[in-house]
Design a protein. Structure first.
Length: 276
Protein backbone atom coordinates (compact mmCIF):
# COMPACT_ATOMS: atom_id res chain seq x y z
CA UNK A 1 0.00 0.00 0.00
CA UNK A 2 1.35 3.42 -1.00
CA UNK A 3 2.02 5.65 1.99
CA UNK A 4 2.43 9.38 1.36
CA UNK A 5 3.04 12.41 3.56
CA UNK A 6 1.89 15.96 2.77
CA UNK A 7 3.95 18.74 4.36
CA UNK A 8 1.88 21.89 4.83
CA UNK A 9 4.06 24.86 3.94
CA UNK A 10 2.05 27.50 5.78
CA UNK A 11 2.26 28.71 9.34
CA UNK A 12 -0.79 28.38 11.56
CA UNK A 13 -1.83 31.94 10.64
CA UNK A 14 -1.48 31.17 6.94
CA UNK A 15 -3.54 28.00 7.25
CA UNK A 16 -6.27 29.88 9.04
CA UNK A 17 -6.41 32.61 6.37
CA UNK A 18 -6.75 30.00 3.63
CA UNK A 19 -9.39 28.02 5.55
CA UNK A 20 -11.46 31.16 6.10
CA UNK A 21 -11.94 31.44 2.33
CA UNK A 22 -11.79 27.81 1.14
CA UNK A 23 -13.05 25.89 4.17
CA UNK A 24 -9.92 23.71 4.26
CA UNK A 25 -6.14 24.06 4.36
CA UNK A 26 -3.85 23.61 1.33
CA UNK A 27 -2.53 20.34 2.76
CA UNK A 28 -6.03 18.94 3.21
CA UNK A 29 -6.88 19.82 -0.39
CA UNK A 30 -3.57 18.37 -1.66
CA UNK A 31 -4.19 15.16 0.27
CA UNK A 32 -7.57 14.81 -1.46
CA UNK A 33 -5.88 15.18 -4.87
CA UNK A 34 -3.35 12.48 -3.99
CA UNK A 35 -6.08 10.10 -2.81
CA UNK A 36 -7.97 10.64 -6.07
CA UNK A 37 -4.86 9.95 -8.16
CA UNK A 38 -3.71 7.01 -6.03
CA UNK A 39 -6.84 5.21 -4.79
CA UNK A 40 -6.10 3.17 -1.71
CA UNK A 41 -3.07 5.25 -0.72
CA UNK A 42 -2.64 6.27 2.91
CA UNK A 43 -2.01 10.01 3.04
CA UNK A 44 -0.84 11.71 6.23
CA UNK A 45 -0.46 15.46 6.87
CA UNK A 46 2.15 17.31 8.91
CA UNK A 47 2.61 21.02 9.72
CA UNK A 48 6.40 21.46 10.02
CA UNK A 49 6.21 25.27 10.24
CA UNK A 50 4.86 24.88 13.79
CA UNK A 51 7.33 24.87 16.68
CA UNK A 52 5.71 21.81 18.28
CA UNK A 53 5.16 19.88 15.03
CA UNK A 54 5.75 16.13 14.92
CA UNK A 55 5.61 13.84 11.91
CA UNK A 56 2.85 11.20 12.13
CA UNK A 57 5.43 8.50 11.30
CA UNK A 58 9.22 8.42 10.76
CA UNK A 59 10.41 9.81 7.41
CA UNK A 60 11.49 6.43 6.08
CA UNK A 61 8.05 4.92 6.62
CA UNK A 62 6.77 6.90 3.59
CA UNK A 63 7.23 6.05 -0.09
CA UNK A 64 6.88 9.71 -1.07
CA UNK A 65 6.53 13.18 0.45
CA UNK A 66 4.70 16.18 -1.06
CA UNK A 67 5.20 19.85 -0.13
CA UNK A 68 2.41 22.40 -0.60
CA UNK A 69 2.57 26.08 -1.44
CA UNK A 70 2.95 28.72 1.26
CA UNK A 71 2.50 32.41 1.96
CA UNK A 72 5.96 32.49 3.59
CA UNK A 73 9.01 34.06 1.92
CA UNK A 74 11.96 31.75 2.41
CA UNK A 75 14.60 34.52 2.21
CA UNK A 76 13.10 36.10 5.35
CA UNK A 77 14.58 33.12 7.27
CA UNK A 78 11.76 33.13 9.81
CA UNK A 79 11.65 30.21 12.29
CA UNK A 80 8.66 28.77 10.39
CA UNK A 81 10.84 28.56 7.27
CA UNK A 82 14.04 27.40 8.95
CA UNK A 83 12.28 24.43 10.53
CA UNK A 84 11.07 23.33 7.10
CA UNK A 85 14.51 23.74 5.51
CA UNK A 86 16.03 21.43 8.10
CA UNK A 87 13.27 18.85 7.62
CA UNK A 88 13.74 18.80 3.84
CA UNK A 89 17.50 18.37 4.31
CA UNK A 90 16.77 15.37 6.52
CA UNK A 91 14.45 13.93 3.86
CA UNK A 92 17.14 14.37 1.19
CA UNK A 93 19.58 12.56 3.48
CA UNK A 94 17.21 9.65 3.98
CA UNK A 95 16.44 9.40 0.27
CA UNK A 96 12.64 9.52 0.31
CA UNK A 97 11.37 10.95 -3.04
CA UNK A 98 9.71 14.36 -2.84
CA UNK A 99 7.40 16.44 -5.00
CA UNK A 100 6.61 20.10 -4.42
CA UNK A 101 4.50 22.93 -5.78
CA UNK A 102 5.61 26.58 -5.67
CA UNK A 103 6.93 26.91 -2.09
CA UNK A 104 7.86 23.24 -2.30
CA UNK A 105 10.24 23.95 -5.21
CA UNK A 106 11.69 26.96 -3.41
CA UNK A 107 12.14 25.02 -0.17
CA UNK A 108 13.93 22.11 -1.86
CA UNK A 109 16.13 24.59 -3.74
CA UNK A 110 17.34 26.29 -0.56
CA UNK A 111 17.67 23.02 1.36
CA UNK A 112 19.96 21.71 -1.40
CA UNK A 113 22.13 24.84 -1.53
CA UNK A 114 20.37 27.17 -3.97
CA UNK A 115 18.75 30.59 -3.55
CA UNK A 116 15.28 32.12 -3.86
CA UNK A 117 14.47 35.83 -4.17
CA UNK A 118 11.60 38.22 -4.77
CA UNK A 119 10.91 38.40 -8.50
CA UNK A 120 11.68 41.93 -9.77
CA UNK A 121 9.07 41.34 -12.48
CA UNK A 122 6.36 41.17 -9.82
CA UNK A 123 3.72 38.59 -9.06
CA UNK A 124 2.52 35.81 -11.39
CA UNK A 125 -1.21 35.63 -10.81
CA UNK A 126 -3.91 33.11 -11.66
CA UNK A 127 -2.14 31.20 -14.42
CA UNK A 128 1.46 30.83 -15.57
CA UNK A 129 1.29 31.33 -19.33
CA UNK A 130 3.34 29.71 -22.09
CA UNK A 131 5.40 27.43 -19.87
CA UNK A 132 7.89 25.79 -22.22
CA UNK A 133 9.65 22.50 -21.62
CA UNK A 134 13.43 22.60 -21.89
CA UNK A 135 15.32 19.98 -23.88
CA UNK A 136 15.79 18.04 -20.64
CA UNK A 137 12.14 18.55 -19.78
CA UNK A 138 10.90 17.10 -23.03
CA UNK A 139 12.60 13.83 -22.14
CA UNK A 140 11.83 13.92 -18.41
CA UNK A 141 9.11 11.63 -16.99
CA UNK A 142 7.91 14.50 -14.79
CA UNK A 143 6.19 16.06 -17.81
CA UNK A 144 4.91 12.95 -19.61
CA UNK A 145 1.66 13.80 -21.38
CA UNK A 146 2.35 17.54 -21.50
CA UNK A 147 2.66 19.53 -24.68
CA UNK A 148 5.89 21.41 -25.25
CA UNK A 149 4.12 24.66 -24.26
CA UNK A 150 1.25 24.89 -21.76
CA UNK A 151 -0.46 27.01 -19.10
CA UNK A 152 -0.94 26.09 -15.44
CA UNK A 153 -2.48 27.56 -12.26
CA UNK A 154 0.02 29.76 -10.45
CA UNK A 155 0.31 32.40 -7.76
CA UNK A 156 3.72 33.55 -6.51
CA UNK A 157 5.99 36.54 -6.02
CA UNK A 158 9.24 34.63 -5.40
CA UNK A 159 11.40 32.67 -7.84
CA UNK A 160 14.42 30.40 -7.84
CA UNK A 161 17.40 32.62 -8.68
CA UNK A 162 20.33 30.24 -8.04
CA UNK A 163 20.04 26.52 -8.64
CA UNK A 164 21.61 24.04 -6.21
CA UNK A 165 24.61 22.01 -7.49
CA UNK A 166 22.74 18.96 -8.81
CA UNK A 167 19.63 20.44 -10.45
CA UNK A 168 18.07 20.21 -13.89
CA UNK A 169 15.59 22.83 -15.15
CA UNK A 170 12.79 21.11 -17.04
CA UNK A 171 10.47 24.06 -17.79
CA UNK A 172 10.55 27.85 -17.92
CA UNK A 173 8.54 30.81 -19.16
CA UNK A 174 9.02 34.54 -19.64
CA UNK A 175 8.23 35.14 -15.98
CA UNK A 176 10.58 32.61 -14.43
CA UNK A 177 13.62 30.74 -15.70
CA UNK A 178 12.76 27.88 -13.32
CA UNK A 179 9.14 26.80 -13.71
CA UNK A 180 10.02 23.15 -13.03
CA UNK A 181 13.12 21.23 -12.01
CA UNK A 182 14.61 18.03 -10.70
CA UNK A 183 16.91 18.45 -7.69
CA UNK A 184 19.18 15.76 -6.28
CA UNK A 185 20.88 16.03 -2.91
CA UNK A 186 22.30 13.38 -0.62
CA UNK A 187 20.44 10.17 -1.39
CA UNK A 188 17.29 12.07 -2.34
CA UNK A 189 15.46 13.13 -5.48
CA UNK A 190 12.97 16.00 -5.72
CA UNK A 191 10.66 16.82 -8.62
CA UNK A 192 9.05 20.23 -8.36
CA UNK A 193 7.13 22.95 -10.18
CA UNK A 194 6.71 26.66 -9.57
CA UNK A 195 3.06 26.41 -10.58
CA UNK A 196 0.20 24.57 -8.85
CA UNK A 197 -0.97 21.41 -10.67
CA UNK A 198 -2.98 20.52 -7.58
CA UNK A 199 -5.14 23.66 -7.87
CA UNK A 200 -8.61 23.43 -9.33
CA UNK A 201 -10.19 26.46 -10.98
CA UNK A 202 -12.11 26.93 -7.75
CA UNK A 203 -8.82 27.01 -5.83
CA UNK A 204 -7.53 29.74 -8.14
CA UNK A 205 -10.71 31.72 -7.50
CA UNK A 206 -10.27 31.30 -3.75
CA UNK A 207 -6.65 32.42 -3.73
CA UNK A 208 -7.50 35.54 -5.77
CA UNK A 209 -10.28 36.38 -3.31
CA UNK A 210 -7.96 35.71 -0.35
CA UNK A 211 -5.30 38.13 -1.63
CA UNK A 212 -7.92 40.66 -2.68
CA UNK A 213 -7.04 44.35 -2.60
CA UNK A 214 -3.26 43.97 -3.20
CA UNK A 215 -4.07 42.52 -6.64
CA UNK A 216 -6.03 45.68 -7.44
CA UNK A 217 -3.18 47.86 -6.15
CA UNK A 218 -0.72 45.93 -8.34
CA UNK A 219 -2.87 46.57 -11.42
CA UNK A 220 -4.22 43.08 -12.11
CA UNK A 221 -7.81 44.28 -11.68
CA UNK A 222 -9.40 47.71 -12.06
CA UNK A 223 -11.25 47.38 -8.76
CA UNK A 224 -12.57 44.79 -6.30
CA UNK A 225 -15.77 44.38 -8.29
CA UNK A 226 -13.77 43.25 -11.33
CA UNK A 227 -11.69 40.91 -9.17
CA UNK A 228 -14.83 39.35 -7.73
CA UNK A 229 -16.35 38.90 -11.21
CA UNK A 230 -13.21 37.15 -12.40
CA UNK A 231 -13.23 34.81 -9.39
CA UNK A 232 -16.93 34.10 -9.91
CA UNK A 233 -16.34 33.16 -13.56
CA UNK A 234 -13.52 30.80 -12.59
CA UNK A 235 -15.79 29.17 -10.02
CA UNK A 236 -18.58 28.85 -12.58
CA UNK A 237 -16.21 27.20 -15.06
CA UNK A 238 -15.01 24.84 -12.33
CA UNK A 239 -18.57 23.58 -11.94
CA UNK A 240 -19.35 23.49 -15.67
CA UNK A 241 -16.37 22.76 -17.93
CA UNK A 242 -18.62 22.92 -20.99
CA UNK A 243 -18.85 26.72 -20.69
CA UNK A 244 -16.97 27.57 -23.89
CA UNK A 245 -17.87 31.22 -23.37
CA UNK A 246 -15.98 31.28 -20.08
CA UNK A 247 -13.02 29.34 -21.47
CA UNK A 248 -12.76 31.89 -24.26
CA UNK A 249 -13.26 34.96 -22.07
CA UNK A 250 -10.74 33.76 -19.46
CA UNK A 251 -8.24 32.71 -22.13
CA UNK A 252 -8.02 29.13 -20.88
CA UNK A 253 -7.68 25.81 -22.68
CA UNK A 254 -7.64 22.14 -21.80
CA UNK A 255 -4.21 22.37 -20.13
CA UNK A 256 -6.06 24.00 -17.26
CA UNK A 257 -9.68 22.88 -17.63
CA UNK A 258 -8.95 19.14 -17.87
CA UNK A 259 -8.09 17.56 -14.50
CA UNK A 260 -5.85 14.92 -16.04
CA UNK A 261 -3.73 17.41 -17.97
CA UNK A 262 -3.60 19.95 -15.15
CA UNK A 263 -2.44 17.35 -12.61
CA UNK A 264 -0.01 15.59 -14.99
CA UNK A 265 3.15 16.21 -12.97
CA UNK A 266 1.64 14.90 -9.74
CA UNK A 267 0.31 11.82 -11.47
CA UNK A 268 3.68 11.20 -13.13
CA UNK A 269 5.49 11.51 -9.81
CA UNK A 270 3.13 9.01 -8.18
CA UNK A 271 3.77 6.66 -11.08
CA UNK A 272 7.51 7.01 -10.55
CA UNK A 273 7.14 5.77 -6.97
CA UNK A 274 5.66 2.51 -8.17
CA UNK A 275 8.66 1.97 -10.43
CA UNK A 276 11.26 2.34 -7.66
Amino acid sequence: MLKLLVLEGNSLAGRRRWAEVAGHTPSESYADVLRALAPGAVVDIATPADADAQLPQPIDSYQGIVITGSALNIYQREPESLRQIELVRAIFTQGVPMFGSCWGLQLATVAAGGEVSLNPAGREVGFARKIALTEAGRAHPLHAGRGEVFDAPAIHSDIVTTLPPDATVTARNAFSEVQAAEIRSGRGRFWGVQYHPEFSLQDVAWVILRIGEPLVEEGFFADMAELERYAAELAALHHDRARRDLLWRLGLDQDVADDGLRQAEISNWIGSLARR
